[in-house]
Design a protein around this ligand. Structure first.
Ligand SMILES: C[S@@+](CC[C@H](N)C(=O)[O-])C[C@H]1O[C@@H](n2cnc3c(N)ncnc32)[C@H](O)[C@@H]1O
Length: 266
């Protein structure tokens, strides 16, 4: 497993801690089977061959933890609704002013669709704003699921009654799934992006969701990513972290203003 851990750290920044090794082995079992190999040891031998370069994305897809949910950590979406969007609409409407949100580890899409649902509800149909969400993840398999925007209906059944209608679900298919409406989908661009590699976008962003991914990184990785978030955030823009996450160290341009909500200072 040492080789797997080394490759996953080098290519994704993810630290496989000792107590998570069994879980990682379990996740790799599927790759072992797909490749027709007999064991993790054989898989590691395969990773040492010339074919390894093509296997790395599959390895990363296999080990990532994609757990997520619609309106997870609701207080961020309440903040977006009450404190962020009304101010941005006031500042930017009339001139097709840009409003940009980035979901930086979007997994299967529940996070950006939740942000789109709230934003659509607040902004409505107005055409005097240029509103978009960028949703990125390293895992190509999960991004395909996100872009499809199709989920088992029981995921929606559990949602609070005031939030569920905002997702504007469309026709249930025979497999017990419902689809997020086109009008929300078109607000979002799904792209593959590795947080530890170069980022092509210039920003600025008004809000960055970076939730439940820092937990997999070590302190230097988190600090480097954080500096780059600050550079892409509008002054007065917001960074949302996950419930068990905090800044690796205080940042001179980030001020904690609420539960895991940081504001970029001028
Ligand atoms: C637990 S999910 C979090 C999903 C969502 N942000 C939330 O809080 O519900 C973590 C996501 O981070 C992604 N991830 C892990 N390492 C990454 C990296 N280096 N670059 C981009 N995404 C990464 C994983 O693929 C996974 O989808």
């Amino acid at each position: 497993m040492a080789l797997v851990a080394k490759l996953v750290y080098e290519h994704a920044g993810i630290v496989i801690r000792e107590h998570k090794e069994a879980m990682a082995r379990g996740r790799l079992a599927r790759r072992v089977k797909v490749l027709g190999l007999g064991s993790i040891a054989e898989y590691c031998a395969y990773l040492r061959t010339a074919s390894a370069a093509d296997e790395i994305p599959e390895l990363i897809n296999a080990v990532t933890t994609n757990h997520t949910a619609f309106f997870r950590e609701r207080h961020h979406f309440d903040h977006l609704r009450k404190d962020v969007l009304p101010r941005l609409i006031q500042e930017r409407s009339g001139r097709r002013g840009r409003i940009r949100i980035w979901s930086a580890a979007c997994s299967s899409g529940e996070e950006p669709y939740s942000a789109a649902a709230i934003s659509r509800d607040v902004i409505g149909n107005r055409s005097d704003l240029d509103f978009k969400i960028l949703a990125t993840d390293i895992d190509t398999d999960i991004l395909d699921r996100a872009a499809a925007g199709q989920y088992p209906t029981d995921q929606f059944d559990r949602l609070p009654a005031d939030l569920r209608p905002l997702l504007k679900l469309e026709g249930q298919n025979g497999r017990g799934e419902a689809r997020i409406a086109e009008e929300l989908k078109r607000l979002i661009a799904f792209k593959r992006l590795n947080l530890i590699e170069n980022w092509p976008m210039k920003g600025p962003f008004d809000v960055i969701f970076c939730r439940n991914v820092f937990i997999y990184f070590d302190t230097p990785t988190k600090a480097a990513i954080l500096d780059r978030y600050v550079a892409l955030l509008q002054p007065g823009g917001f960074l949302y972290l996950g419930h068990s996450e905090s800044l690796p160290q205080p940042h001179p341009q980030l001020r904690l203003i609420g539960r895991t909500i940081y504001e970029r200072t001028p």
